[in-house]
Each structure stands twice: as C-alpha cells, then as structure tokens.
Design a protein around this ligand. Sequence first.
Ligand SMILES: [Zn+2]
Length: 57
Amino acid sequence: MQYYEIICSSCKQKFKVYEGSQRYRRFKEKTNKIFRCESCDSKIRMDAIKNFLSTHS
Ligand SMILES: [Zn+2]
C-alpha cells in the first residue's frame, strides 16, 4: 500500500497517510497546506464542539 509521511502541523509528529484515504487525496491535490494527525484532528474537533456548546448555552 502506498502512503505519504507527513509532519503534523499541530504536534509535529510524523504520521502516515495511506492511499485511498481522504487525507491522501487532499495532500495529493494540495488543497490544504495544514495537515494534522488523527489525534490532533479529533482533539480540535472536540474543542470546537466544546466552544460551540459553551457559547450557545
Ligand atoms: Zn498531531
């Protein structure tokens, strides 16, 4: 399986993006310059949800 090794923009850890995944496509098409690993991505998503909830309650 083909993959790219990308440095996470957030935690600076190397992570692999495998062929067929959404990240792989985004990386190849260069539509996004900021790439985050799975754990940073979900952390940011959780923070966004928390912010949303705290400003809407
Ligand atoms: Zn990360």
